[in-house]
Design a protein around this ligand. Structure first.
Ligand SMILES: NC(=O)c1ccc[n+]([C@@H]2O[C@H](COP(=O)([O-])OP(=O)(O)OC[C@H]3O[C@@H](n4cnc5c(N)ncnc54)[C@H](OP(=O)(O)O)[C@@H]3O)[C@@H](O)[C@H]2O)c1
Length: 251
C-alpha cells in the first residue's frame, strides 16, 4: 500500500528541512526524486546523498517565485524522466515578523507570490501531463499558522490558509482525472525555518507546556505523512488538510 517504486517525485525546497526528509523517505521507498531549491550546489549535494544511499535522484535549481524558472524545472524533469507522478509544493518564505498594521505591500506580495501564486503556477504546469499519464498525488505544505490567528506572522498564516484552500479547489478540479491533492499543516518543526522559535528556551518551555505530546516536531514526523499521501495507502483521501502538531491546536 505504501509502494511508490519508480514514481517520479518533484519536491520543491528539498535541499534542507522537511523537503529533504521527504525526499529521503520517498527515495527509500523506491521513488525517483527531483531535488530542487534556489541553490544548485545544495541540490546537487542532496541528490548525491540520495544516490550514495542507493536511491535515484536528479537536481535542478529553481526559485519558485519565478514562473519562468518553474517552467524550466518542469521541462527539465520531463526531458529527463518523461513524467511527474508526485508533486510536493513545499518551498515557502516568511520574510516578515510583526503586526499586519505595519506590513508593506512589497512584503505581502512576496509572501503571496512565493507561497501561493507559485503553487498555482507549478500545479498548472504539472497537472495536465500528470493526468494524461494516468493520475498522481499532489501535496501542499500548509501550516497550523493557517488555522489560527497570530499577531506576528499574519501574512504567512494567510498564505498557508490559501494553500489549504488551493488543495481543496485543485482536488475538485483534478479528482475526475485521477489526481489527489492534499495539504499537511505542521506545527513547529525543528528546521532552519523555525530556528528562532526552537532555540529560545522560554518559547520552548511554553510550547512544550501547551502541546500534548510535549515536543517540537521532527522532519521525519512530516516526511511520513508525505509518503502516506503520495502512496496508494491514501487512495481515497483528497482535498484534506492533515494536521501534524503534537496536538497543539486541539489542547
Ligand atoms: N518548520 C516549521 O516549523 C514549519 C511549520 C509549518 C509549516 N512549515 C512549512 O514547511 C515547508 C518547509 O519548511 P522547512 O521548515 O523545512 O524550511 P527550511 O528548513 O528552511 O527549508 C526550506 C527549503 O526551501 C528552499 N527554499 C526557500 N525559499 C525558496 C524559494 N523561493 N524557491 C525555492 N526553494 C526555496 C530552501 O533552500 P534554498 O535556500 O537553497 O532555496 C530549503 O530547501 C514550508 O512551506 C513551511 O512554510 C514549516
Amino acid at each position: 500500500m505504501f509502494d511508490v517504486k519508480g514514481k517520479v517525485a518533484l519536491i520543491t525546497g528539498s535541499s534542507r528541512g522537511i523537503g529533504k526528509a521527504s525526499a529521503f523517505q520517498l527515495a527509500r521507498s523506491g521513488a525517483r526524486i527531483v531535488v530542487s531549491s534556489r541553490k544548485q550546489d545544495a541540490c546537487d549535494a542532496v541528490a548525491e546523498e540520495i544516490r550514495a544511499a542507493g536511491g535515484e535522484a536528479i537536481a535542478k535549481a529553481c526559485h519558485v517565485g519565478s514562473h519562468q524558472q518553474l517552467r524550466d524545472l518542469v521541462e527539465h524533469v520531463h526531458g529527463q524522466w518523461g513524467r511527474i507522478d508526485i508533486l510536493v509544493c513545499n518551498a515557502a518564505t516568511n520574510p516578515v515578523y510583526g503586526p499586519l498594521s505595519t506590513l508593506s505591500d512589497d512584503a505581502f506580495t512576496k509572501v503571496m507570490t512565493v507561497n501561493v501564486q507559485s503553487t498555482i503556477w507549478l500545479s498548472n504546469l504539472v497537472l495536465p501531463r500528470m493526468a494524461a499519464n494516468g493520475g498522481g498525488a499532489v501535496i501542499m505544505m500548509s501550516s497550523i499558522a493557517g488555522l489560527r490567528g497570530t499577531g506576528v506572522i499574519g501574512a504567512y498564516g494567510m498564505s498557508k490558509a490559501a494553500e489549504a484552500a488551493l488543495a481543496r479547489n485543485l482536488a475538485v478540479e483534478w479528482g475526475p482525472k485521477g489526481i489527489r491533492v492534499n495539504a499537511i499543516a505542521p506545527g513547529i518543526v525543528r528546521t532552519d525555518f523555525a530556528r528562532e522559535l526552537v532555540e529560545s528556551p522560554e518559547r520552548r518551555a511554553q510550547m512544550e507546556q501547551r502541546t500534548p505530546l510535549r515536543r517540537f516536531g521532527e522532519v521525519e514526523d512530516i516526511a511520513g505523512i508525505v509518503h502516506f499521501l503520495a502512496s496508494p495507502a491514501s487512495a481515497y483521501i483528497t482535498g484534506q488538510v492533515i494536521v501534524a502538531d503534537g496536538g497543539e491546536t486541539i489542547s
